[in-house]
Ligand binder design. Structure first.
Ligand code: APR
Length: 171
């Protein structure tokens, strides 16, 4: 299993599954959630209405609808509350649960945004370390999905992930 980070718009990725940084209602929002709902079309919201929400740290899966990705994995990251409210284990759980769903649906390539790093305010450097460590840990005991791609809209976020992968990828 390999990892990479690129600059771009996650809704344009031709991969098996893209991961959405959702909220517990699963009824859409701003940021990447809004972009994915706009790109997937109205069927996504109609489908999500029937799902009854998703708790923080957990993930659920829907079809990709009008996206080129077959699936959308919706995960709810923690809101940053200063670092003493279990945020890091909740963020790691988002990645673990998303990868588990991807494996169950035979996805080979999965694209992630920087979960919790926008509206939810997670500090970028800490989020990068927690997120990359969670994916590397999963890779040590699983061969599917084969490839994880972080897709970053912002240069600053890309730079932090690239530097962190450079350090942690060699550990
Ligand atoms: N492609 C890739 N990354 C994107 C895109 C996109 N099209 N749009 C935004 N991003 C980036 C943001 O710049 C940020 O780095 O995704 C990262 C996550 O930011 P948010 O989308 O704000 O997600 P999050 O911090 O997890 O907050 C989730 O925001 O949109 C609402 O409904 C959502 O309530 C939930 C909350």
């Amino acid at each position: 299993m390999s990892i990479e980070v690129i600059r771009g718009d996650i809704t344009k990725q031709t991969v098996d599954a893209i991961v959405n940084a959702a909220n517990e209602t699963l009824l859409g929002g701003g940021g990447v959630d809004g972009a994915i709902h706009r790109a997937a079309g109205p069927e996504l919201l109609a489908h999500c209405r029937k799902m009854g929400g998703c708790a923080t740290g957990h993930a659920c899966i829907t079809p990709g609808f009008q996206l080129s990705a077959d699936y959308i994995i919706h995960t709810v990251g923690p809101v940053w509350r200063g670092g003493e409210a279990n945020e890091s284990s909740q963020l790691a759980s988002c990645y673990r649960e998303s990868l588990t769903l991807a494996k169950q649906h035979h996805c080979k390539i999965v694209a992630f945004p920087a979960i919790s790093c926008g509206v939810f305010g997670y500090p970028l450097d800490t989020a990068a370390s927690v997120s990359i460590a969670a994916v590397i840990a999963y890779q040590r005991t699983h061969t599917t999905p084969q490839h994880v791609r972080w897709v970053m809209l912002d240069q600053e976020v890309f730079d932090i992930w690239e530097a962190t992968i450079g350090i942690m990828g060699k550990l």
